[in-house]
Ligand binder design. Structure first.
Ligand code: 4AD
Length: 436
């Protein structure tokens, strides 16, 4: 089948008013009224649909009855005159002369994901769900966030690298590690590319990567996936304050870009994005416990601040906050111990209102003895031999450096105010979900 050379995309309609155009796409909605058929056509170039008006006496081919026999989901080329029409959903109407049916759909299309479908049906039929304005808008916004992130890192001179995601040594913690059989030995799916990024600063100074990370999360929450897109950066000659400053700039850059360029998408989700101002409130772990105590939530020093209290804490401020200086015992061996107070590390989580943690970050430890001691005291202890290459970084010319990891889906979830993280990725991977 020949593809017409002059296809117009719905996103570009305003340049073609009054002209005869050919449009390609799928039937999103179809309404038949005697000698008239209204089709809402979706083409993926925008969340907007185009109204096709098919009149029996105007349609040249195929037979009117062939068009009347089409169902939602069918793909077609439609040729006709493009008009502005205030009554049409998005202001344009195509008065159809010819339709070429590429592939029909079936009546049961409507029943695949009925309007009252539960979350499980929607996930099983996600390949169908993504065919609509809502999900395609989320995926488009997600792509924009990736684009703006790359723009920011590149503008600051960071170089994109792609470390392996099949690894021998864990980066974060035992319980959430996916083990795999790697020929005749054990390996893991990476939880974070941080350790490899740290090696790369010796080659490229400032680096970032945007790759999947894997967490064998057994918890079902609205912000956990088992595979997520991890935006990570690592910077040589950057201290803790420098890092927080950089990350504030990054967040503000992306949010401003979204607000400037993607207002329509934000409007679609009813979001009026408030751009946070620098500096974000800094709250030490210790202060956080005090604030929570005043609110009647008691957390023992050294215990994790879990989802609900984390949200209570950030609601107290009403803007994104930087929760910092976690106790040394709570954090992995690579976090730098604070010079003034060895009880705490130069670590920081960025907590966003209504959602919780979006960034985990910190200055990196460069003292090899301290690292070895902390690796041994972990449960189960880490074997420094598995990390020989990481230890070498501290032996041969170590420098002060800092880095971060941001969960892309959480960031998108927050920007659009999505109830559940599963909507912020093409095919979510969760405890009981690996299909499609
Ligand atoms: O706080 P985390 O565990 O930090 C690290 O992995 C560091 N090594 C990153 C670094 O410094 N390079 O994870 C970082 C971020 C979290 O703040 C969260 O946004 C996201 O990754 N994240 C998840 N997102 C979705 N589902 C999960 N199960 C996630 N676990 C972490």
């Amino acid at each position: 089948m020949a593809i017409p050379s002059n296809l117009v995309k719905i996103v570009d309609l305003d340049k073609h008013v009054g002209k005869e155009i050919v449009i390609a796409g799928w039937i999103w909605q179809i309404r038949k009224q005697g000698k008239l058929i209204f089709i809402e056509m979706f083409d993926g170039s925008t969340y907007k649909t185009l109204q096709l008006t098919v009149k029996k006496n105007v349609l040249e081919s195929p037979d009117f009855s062939d068009v009347a026999g089409l169902y939602r989901g069918a793909s077609l080329f439609a040729k006709g005159e493009l008009k502005e029409d205030k009554r049409a959903k998005y202001g344009f109407e195509l008065l159809v002369k010819t339709i070429e049916i590429l592939h029909p759909s079936a009546e049961e299309f409507d029943q695949l994901v009925p309007p009252d479908a539960g979350a499980d049906t929607k996930l099983s039929k996600r390949h169908i769900v993504i065919r609509g304005p809502r999900t395609s808008s989320i995926l488009r916004l997600r792509a924009k966030v990736l684009q703006y992130s790359r723009e920011f890192f590149n503008s600051r001179g960071a170089v994109e690298v792609t470390p392996p995601t099949i690894v021998e040594a864990q980066a974060e913690g035992g319980a959430e590690l996916f083990e795999i059989q790697y020929f005749n030995r054990k390996a893991y799916l990476t939880q974070s590319s941080q350790l490899y990024l740290e090696t790369a600063i010796f080659s490229l100074r400032d680096v970032f990567c945007i790759l999947p990370s894997y967490r064998a999360e057994k918890s079902r929450t609205r912000r956990h996936l088992t595979e997520y897109t991890h935006v990570e950066g690592e910077y040589a000659f950057m201290d803790f304050e420098g890092l927080l400053d950089y990350l504030e700039d990054y967040i503000i850059y992306v949010l401003k870009k979204v607000k400037e360029n993607d207002k329509e998408l934000l409007d679609l989700f009813g979001r009026n994005l408030e751009i946070p101002t620098k500096p974000f409130p800094r709250v030490t772990y210790k202060e956080a416990l005090e604030i929570l105590k005043e609110k009647g939530i008691e957390i023992e020093y050294g215990e994790d601040i879990s989802d609900a209290p984390e949200r209570t804490l950030v609601e107290h401020f009403g803007v994104p906050i930087i929760l910092c200086h976690f106790p040394t015992k709570m954090k992995p061996f690579y976090h730098k111990i604070n010079e003034k107070n060895p009880e705490v590390t130069n670590s920081a989580d960025f907590i966003f209102p209504g959602l919780g943690e979006i960034i985990g970050s910190g200055e990196r430890e460069t003292d090899i003895e301290s690292m070895l001691e902390r690796m041994k005291s972990m449960d189960p202890p880490l074997n420094p031999d598995d990390y020989y290459w990481y230890m070498d970084l501290r032996k041969y010319g170590s420098v002060p450096h800092s880095g971060f990891g941001l969960g892309l889906e959480r960031f998108v979830q927050w920007i659009l105010g999505l109830d559940h993280i599963r909507e912020a990725t093409l095919y979510p991977r969760m405890l009981n979900r690996i299909s499609p």
